[in-house]
Design a protein around this ligand. Structure first.
Ligand code: ADP
Length: 240
């Protein structure tokens, strides 16, 4: 029957997807160590032997250091993406406040350096996968801090409320904003619209957020105008 074929095809696809994600995760792990060596030895060369290098050689060393840092970020982001949903993780009760405080303390020096103001009000407890939800908040908050005009102090406000069948959270920033034609596209893997050289980034963060939200039976979207900040909303279903 056609319906059986569809079920079978879907099962096969899910299996292939899982294999691919496992492959990505193993490959990314194995890439990390040699890359760390390149970065560390290049930094050592610069720190201890720069007097023996001319300005061109020093420029090449800097290129290699920057390149290995970018690649390391990409591997970490790929690993995050692959890890989400790759195993059955239990759903726990989550109190968002200590989770947010933890995110702030992990990024303490950046927050102080950029003069970030971050606040939240009346966040409800909800159910979800602790590690994935923390990554979701962290990605949205860090984007709000990153996508800013150079001299603007980032202001981030987080709200949340319980609805009949889900919880709804929003992370709002006062940054550079996103033109309407990119509002859907930015959630695809490797999708970026602002200059890599100016802002850094790999284009994986929001794709990972979308994957996390989907696992939680929810939806993620953005409201934003260029130059007027952005507000990312996501829902977490009560019935997953
Ligand atoms: P990246 O690693 O490049 O930050 P993301 O997947 O997190 O990747 O975001 C995709 C793109 O969406 C970014 O490159 C940026 O152009 C845009 N973007 C994401 N968050 C924001 C934000 N808060 N304000 C403005 N632009 C954003």
């Amino acid at each position: 029957r056609p319906i059986d074929e569809i079920v079978q095809a879907r099962h096969l696809l899910e299996q292939k997807n899982e294999e691919l994600e496992q492959f990505a995760s193993i490959a990314a792990h194995d890439l990390k160590e040699p890359l760390r060596m390149v970065g560390n030895f290049m930094s050592l060369l610069k720190a201890k032997h720069s007097s023996q290098l001319d300005s061109t050689a020093l420029k090449y060393v800097d290129f290699a250091i920057n390149g290995s840092q970018r690649m390391s970020q990409l591997i970490n982001d790929l690993l995050d993406y692959a890890k989400v949903g790759s195993e059955q993780v239990p759903f726990d009760s989550i109190d968002p406040e200590p989770m947010l405080l933890d995110i702030l303390s992990l990024n303490d020096s950046l927050i102080t350096e950029k003069g970030v103001k971050i606040s939240w009000s009346n966040l409800p407890n909800f159910r979800g996968q602790q590690t994935a939800i923390k990554l979701l908040f962290q990605n949205l908050i860090m984007n709000g801090i990153k996508y800013q005009e150079p001299d603007n102090a980032p202001v981030i406000h987080i709200t949340g409320k319980e609805l009949a069948d889900c919880w709804l959270f929003s992370v709002e920033d006062n940054g550079i904003g996103i033109p309407a034609q990119y509002h859907e596209k930015i959630f695809q893997v490797f999708s970026r619209l602002h200059s890599k050289d100016k802002y850094g980034g790999t284009g994986m963060g929001l794709a990972t957020c979308k994957k996390i939200v989907t696992i939680h039976g929810g939806r993620i979207w953005v409201e934003s105008k260029e130059g007027e900040g952005s507000c990312f909303h996501f829902t977490i279903s009560k019935s997953v």
